[in-house]
Design a protein. Structure first.
Length: 66
């Protein structure tokens, strides 16, 4: 009969799997929060850049036509 328990003193693979699954289940929530917080920064910069470009084009047009 084969020894299916393995050597004594080894970690329980089922326990490691459960801890890994808990880690994987928690990770997407923290990534989404981090992605949401960091994605608002570039959007604000993009909006400010577009507004600044519109103001510069309007000023140049006003000076050219005025």
């Amino acid at each position: 009969m084969a020894n299916t328990q393995g050597p004594q003193g080894t970690n329980d693979p089922a326990g490691s799997t459960q801890m890994f699954r808990a880690f994987v289940d928690d990770a997407p929530q923290s990534r989404q929060a981090a992605a949401l917080a960091s994605s608002s920064g570039p959007r604000v910069g993009l909006i400010v850049g577009i507004l600044a470009a519109v103001v510069v084009v309007a000023a140049v047009a006003w000076l050219a036509l005025g």
